[in-house]
Design a protein around this ligand. Structure first.
Ligand code: ADP
Ligand code: MG
Length: 364
């Protein structure tokens, strides 16, 4: 069902992305590193889930959302532990059999548990064992990191896994995130200190649906849930929600709850989506009010150059700020994909975030 608001897990629930799935399948066996890029809500997690299942390889995903800015080793091992407990049962028992003799690993029934204490699990040892196991099974173990830019605070994590992908032929590293977040922090071509500098990788991009695809997605989705939707409502929805899979899905899901569709419901979803997008931006303003200032400014003017935004922040603060400070704010906003830079002009990537901020400016 297309309108299920959770990230998709099944191919039949994933609209389109055929070409990308083929690209993934081809890459899995020959590339040690696959990078899935896209803005928020374009369907990275959904694609990753479906692609990994379809690959018929043992796989797991480390979800990096909600971790502190600077996660500790214990934080990561705990996440890794829960990732391992989600490995499909067709692999789980074989893999846990192969790992059970390792230090810091205990297995109780269908649960594996990692000891993250000082004398606990040794990550290189763990991955060496996984590599050996995958080799014996003639498989590739797919280790995915969802939203990699969220661990920018601590480089040892991607560094460690880059080492894993380099050293172990049977482990494939998969990263998802905003294109800029990844390019800046991990794959940076100009920066030899970036953990994945100079690596060969396959990039798969999640782009927004075209107008035609978005209309087709909604029309088919409405058929699946048995709710009527006139072409007029569908086209109104596409105009207002853009080709962003996540917002189109949210609209469909609301229509399912109400058993009806209307332009008024589109407006409601635009409002709700704006608020949701705004909430995400509010979290950033807790780190620095300047994020709020920059985003409020951009929501007001649509697009602006670096100097204009800096001047906007200064006007509000009543004093000059350094170039470095202004760049840091804008670079971070680009990295987390809230804003984009096109031909020297910055603008907010999600038109619904613009609406949400206009409705209620961010704290500043
Ligand atoms: N190709 C697709 N077909 C159907 N639903 C999709 C598709 N891509 C994304 N979605 C839906 O859009 C929303 C956001 O998707 P998600 O995978 O969480 O995006 P991301 O990880 O990029 O933020 C979810 O409700 C998901 O079910
Ligand atoms: Mg996601």
């Amino acid at each position: 069902m297309y309108f299920d608001p959770r990230p998709k897990n099944q191919k039949e629930d994933l609209y389109n992305r055929q070409r990308e799935l083929k690209q993934f399948t081809e890459a899995v066996t020959h590339s040690p590193l696959i990078v899935i890029t896209g803005l928020r809500r374009t369907g990275k997690t959904s694609f990753l889930n479906v692609a990994m299942i379809q690959s018929n390889q043992p796989h797991t995903t480390l979800d990096l959302r909600g971790l502190p800015y600077n996660p500790s080793r214990a934080d990561i091992i705990r996440r890794l532990n829960s990732a391992f407990n989600k490995i499909d049962h067709q692999w789980f028992s074989k893999l846990s059999d192969a790992l059970k003799h390792l230090r810091g690993i205990s297995i109780l029934g269908n649960e594996i548990s990692f000891d993250w204490g000082k004398d606990g699990i040794d990550l290189p040892e763990l991955f060496a064992e996984i590599d050996a196991w995958a080799g014996k099974e003639k498989k590739h173990f797919l280790m995915a990191f969802d939203e990699i830019q969220l661990v920018r605070g601590d480089k040892w994590i991607p560094q460690f896994f880059a080492h894993v992908a380099d050293t172990y032929r049977n482990v494939t590293l998969i990263l998802t995130g905003s294109e800029c977040g990844m390019m800046f922090d991990f794959l940076d071509f100009d920066n030899p200190n970036a953990p994945l500098f100079g690596r060969d990788y396959v990039q798969i991009q999640m782009v927004n649906f075209t107008t035609q695809q978005a209309e087709d997605f909604l029309t088919k989705g409405f058929q699946q849930i048995g709710v009527e939707a006139s072409p007029k409502v569908v086209s109104y929805a596409v105009q207002n929600l853009d080709g962003i899979a996540g917002w189109l899905t949210l609209f469909g899901s609301r229509c399912q709850t109400k058993h009806s569709s209307s332009e008024a419901l589109v407006d409601e979803v635009v409002f709700e989506a704006g608020k949701l997008a705004r909430e995400e931006a509010v979290k950033l303003t807790a780190i620095s009010k300047r994020y709020g200032l920059a985003l409020n400014y951009l929501a007001g003017v649509g697009q602006a150059g670096w100097g204009q935004i800096k001047a906007g922040i200064e006007a509000n603060e009543g004093h000059a700020i350094t170039n470095a400070a202004a760049s840091k704010i804008l670079n971070t906003l680009v990295k987390v994909a809230f804003i984009q830079k096109i031909e020297e002009k910055y603008s907010i990537t999600d038109p619904l975030m613009v609406k949400g901020i206009k409705e209620e400016p961010l704290p500043q």
